[in-house]
Design a protein around this ligand. Structure first.
Ligand code: ADP
Ligand code: MG
Length: 359
């Protein structure tokens, strides 16, 4: 995500200490040395990006990954909320209330981000950049606590920044609410995975996985069989379960284990409920299945915030294909279309409560 940017610059040891854990919401299960698979990993968006391509020679694989590495480095820099680049300039200008010209590479994030925010009932709310910064989740290093001052949080919540405050006319933008600052940390990695997959397709690659820190999309197959991916256990090591993906499918997980700190025995994580101003409670991870990784990324964050009571409503409104919610008490809530698809690896097998179908 954007605000994990810096782990790209973390010392290697530190990265791997975290990396061990963050073998990410989604672990690629199939063996990296399996015949026919070209595998590479690199750091991007401050997280581990894994690419697997089936059925190409090494030269083709290397060239393809080099191309998407360049894409991702560019996107990371351009879309970072506070580091000098396209978006940080926008954030400075938004506070003025004046109209200014956007850099076109940010336009789709703003346009699609606004649409998805609306559908999510502003749970996914990229306009709360100031709140994310106040909590310290926009910085490279994780904050250590204590949590921010209660009044400071409330002041930002009361200003109610939302994407509807933005007035977009072509590439001209202004904000009618001076509190709006954009942070696409909950959306950009998924969106970047979509663009990376598009680029791979343009290069003639038909069978691949791109996984950016738990934001994953697959195309084609692994030879004769489907690609198989693991979904991280939000509590404890390893995987909760695994799933064979469809030919073109995105599987995106948001969890409270990705970025958090503990202070006086309480966990403060990076998914903030815009209504309370505090980390959302009641859920430990949400996995969204969809055709697009960008939408799945925004939805995984929104559904996490919606919690066990409202998750289905938000999933339906956002139009995603399937959802699995792991509640804080270990209960799993799931759409029925995933029943035959997810194989649980943990014992005892968790209790699953199925919802109505999404469509
Ligand atoms: P991850 O990046 O771990 O997969 P998310 O996709 O849920 O998790 O993104 C979390 C990031 O999104 C935070 O680090 C922050 O930058 C941003 N964020 C936090 N809360 C919200 C929210 N309610 N709406 C939009 N973005 C958010
Ligand atoms: Mg997300």
């Amino acid at each position: 995500m954007l605000n994990k940017a810096a782990s790209a610059k973390l010392p290697v040891t530190k990265f791997f200490r975290r990396g061990l854990f963050s073998f990410l919401c989604l672990l690629l299960i199939s063996c990296s040395r399996a015949p026919g698979v070209y595998y590479e990993q690199f750091l991007g968006f401050g997280t581990l990006i894994e690419v697997k391509i089936w059925g190409v020679d090494e030269k083709t694989g290397r060239q393809a990954v080099a191309a998407i590495t360049d894409d991702i480095n560019y996107m990371h820099q351009t879309w970072h909320a506070w580091k000098p680049g396209g978006l940080s300039r926008i954030n400075e200008l938004l506070s003025t209330g004046e109209t200014f010209t956007l850099s076109p590479s940010i336009l789709p994030l703003i346009r699609d981000g606004a649409r998805l925010a609306e559908l999510s009932g502003d749970r996914f709310n990229p306009a709360i950049g100031q709140l994310i910064k106040l909590w310290g989740f926009a910085a490279d290093e994780l904050p250590k606590g204590p949590p921010p001052d209660k009044e400071a949080i409330q002041r930002l919540v009361d200003q109610k920044p939302v994407m509807r405050d933005l007035v977009l006319d072509g590439v001209q933008l202004k904000s009618t609410n001076p509190a709006v600052r954009l942070d696409f940390g909950a959306f950009a990695k998924g969106y970047a995975v979509d663009l990376a997959i598009e680029h791979l397709k343009e290069m003639g690659i038909a069978n691949a996985i791109v996984n950016a820190g738990g934001n994953l999309r697959t195309i084609g197959k692994h030879g004769e069989r489907a690609w198989r991916v693991g979904i991280r256990n939000p509590r404890g090591e390893g995987v909760l379960g695994s799933v064979d993906t469809f030919a073109d499918e995105s599987i995106v997980t948001s969890g409270d284990y990705e970025r958090y700190y503990e202070y006086q025995g309480k966990r403060y994580h990076h998914i903030l409920d815009p209504h309370s101003g505090y980390p959302a409670q009641g859920v430990t991870s949400v996995t969204v299945f969809d055709s697009e990784a960008g939408r799945a990324d925004a939805a995984s964050t929104a559904i996490f915030i919606a919690g066990v009571d409202k998750w289905y409503e938000v999933a339906k409104a956002m139009g995603v294909g399937g959802v699995m919610v792991v509640a804080a008490d270990g209960t799993i809530y799931m759409t029925p279309n995933l029943k035959e698809r997810i194989y649980f690896d943990i014992k005892p097998i968790p209790q699953v409560i199925y919802s109505e179908p999404l469509n």
